[in-house]
Write a protein of this length. Sequence first.
Length: 106
Amino acid sequence: MLDLRGHGPENGAWLVGSVHALSSNADYTASQAWSRHFYEQHDTYTLIDGITDSNAHNGDDARALYERCEHELVCDPDDVARLNDPAFRTTLLGSAFKLGLTLPPR
């Protein structure tokens, strides 16, 4: 994982030639372009499994995983739940409301 968190010249995004604000913009065009760059530059960043950054909604840690780490993700089928499971609808609606987001109708 490539860790992009932190502020200043000793941390995160600064060390890869970007700025911490990269992840704080809700327009994901720039952050997705940077992610593609990290993904494709094997000589510089090795074969990273994804990136860790601060998310744009509330600054909490966020992780974006690339498909190449798929073999590392092992889950018992009984422990997997889909986000469209009706049991999650109330929780998802509450979270969306707090973040000012909307969910598609069922």
